[in-house]
Structures are given as structure tokens and as C-alpha cells.
Design a protein around this ligand. Structure first.
Ligand code: SAM
Length: 230
């Protein structure tokens, strides 16, 4: 059975998706999709040999070798231009997801949708989407096994940009759509982040050499969080 996190991530693929799952590990997500949708096709990418062989094994066991191709290599480099319409990158930090997208940007010319599930630093991913004109069309936040996960889907040719000019920094932090529809898990996450950030600021204020610029930036963010959770 697929995790709730990966099921939600997969739910943003259209029927008949032709997609890449980068950092696929056991290839559970592409197998889940291709077992349920016989018009879907996937490329599972892995940089490490261990997970690459795990992916090959799952695909073989599921008898999906005609539908899913497993490739060994770094990020989007395993793709030929125009080969997929959707890209999934799940279960990594936001800065790594951003680097993978940035370094493979030339492979994205025909990609219509990117679905990212950053474990931390979702803001990095949102910033990159915004710079590259990928418009966020779906966002989800959920809790599983004591962890809170965010999932972001962004489309190349979506009509509506969710950002407001004077609120963009705040929207990038919380997620423009998550901010609109604050769920219980959202509150839980940001209450927790508030305590963490407060602690960080206190430590920074006690440091021998104070980084005043960072302190001001963090205090600004703390006030946003305070606003949002109250
Ligand atoms: N996507 C799966 C999920 O969400 O459950 C697996 C997540 S796992 C924590 C991250 C995987 O990404 C690892 O198997 C790792 O080898 C792979 N990975 C890390 N950097 C990568 C890169 N630059 N290109 C491809 N795969 C990468």
C-alpha cells in the first residue's frame, strides 16, 4: 500500500500521464499509477545504485517493464527533451528539488506540470516556480507518522497567478493556496515552526557576533507566523 503522502502526490497526475519520477527509490509511486491507469507511462530516475536496483525489482515484480523505464543518473539528466509531460520530485529537501529543476531546466520545455513534495524548505521550490512561470495550481499539507508534508503542483500554462504583489514573501513561505484554506495540520505545523523560530532568534541574540540582518528577517517571519496562527 502506498503512503498517504505519495498517494496525494500521485493524485495530481492527470489520467494517461507520461511522467518522470525523479529520486524514485523503490518506484512505488510509478508502479501505483501504472497499475491503476494502463494508459500511463513513466520513467523512474535514481542517482544511487541501491535504490535504482530496488526500483528495477519493483517494476519487474509488478510486470510493468513495458510501462516504466528505470534509469540511473542525476536529476533530470536522465531525460531526453520532450519525453515527459509531468515531473514528480518527492521526499527530498526543497533546496535539492530546486537544484535538480534548475540544473535540468533545458529538459523541461515540454513539461506541463511539476509536482514537488519537499520535506523541508518548500519556500525554495515555490520561489523557483514563480521565477520560471510555473503557476501553483494545487497545494496540500498532511500528516503521516508524526511528520507533516507539503505537496505543491505547478503548471506551465495556468491562467491564474495566486500571488498578490504586496504579500508575495508571506505567500511564498506559507504557500499561497495553503494560506487561503488553513487546515488543522497547517496550524499545527506553523505553531511548531513558531516555537522553533523563536528559539533560533533568541540564540542569535545571545551570540557574540550578532547577525542583525538575519535577526530582523527572522523577526519579520515570526510576526507573519504569529499573525497566521492567531
Ligand atoms: N521519491 C521517493 C519518496 O518520496 O518516497 C523517495 C524519496 S528518497 C528519501 C530520495 C531519493 O532520491 C533517494 O533514493 C536518493 O537516492 C534519490 N536522489 C537524491 N538526489 C538525487 C538526484 N540528484 N537525482 C536522482 N535521484 C536522487
Amino acid at each position: 500500500k502506498l503512503s498517504k503522502r505519495l498517494m496525494k502526490t500521485a493524485s495530481y497526475l492527470p489520467k494517461g500521464a507520461v511522467f518522470a519520477d525523479i529520486g524514485s527509490d523503490h518506484a512505488y509511486l510509478p508502479c501505483y499509477i501504472c497499475l491503476r491507469d494502463n494508459t500511463a507511462k513513466a520513467i523512474a530516475g535514481e542517482i544511487n545504485e541501491g535504490p535504482y536496483y530496488s526500483a528495477v525489482e519493483t517494476v519487474t515484480q509488478c510486470e510493468l517493464t513495458d510501462e516504466i523505464e528505470v534509469r540511473l543518473g542525476d536529476g533530470l539528466q536522465i531525460l531526453n527533451e520532450g519525453e515527459v509531460q509531468q515531473v514528480i520530485i518527492a521526499g527530498m529537501g526543497g533546496s535539492l528539488i530546486k537544484t535538480i529543476l534548475e540544473e535540468g531546466i533545458e529538459k523541461l520545455t515540454r513539461v506541463e506540470r511539476i509536482i514537488a513534495q519537499p520535506n523541508i524548505d518548500a519556500r525554495n521550490v515555490r520561489k523557483w516556480f514563480n521565477q520560471q512561470d510555473f503557476i501553483i495550481t494545487n497545494e496540500a499539507i498532511l500528516e503521516e507518522n508524526g511528520h507533516i508534508y507539503e505537496i505543491i503542483a505547478a503548471d506551465k500554462n495556468a491562467p491564474d497567478d495566486p500571488y498578490k504583489k504586496d504579500e508575495i514573501d508571506k505567500q511564498l513561505l506559507f504557500g499561497p493556496l495553503l494560506l487561503k484554506d488553513k487546515s488543522e495540520v497547517f496550524y499545527k505545523k506553523w505553531k511548531h515552526e513558531y516555537i522553533k523560530l523563536q528559539r533560533v532568534i533568541n540564540q542569535m541574540k545571545c551570540a557574540k557576533i550578532r547577525d542583525e540582518v538575519k535577526i530582523i528577517q527572522f523577526e519579520r517571519e515570526l510576526s507573519w507566523i504569529e499573525e497566521v496562527i492567531n
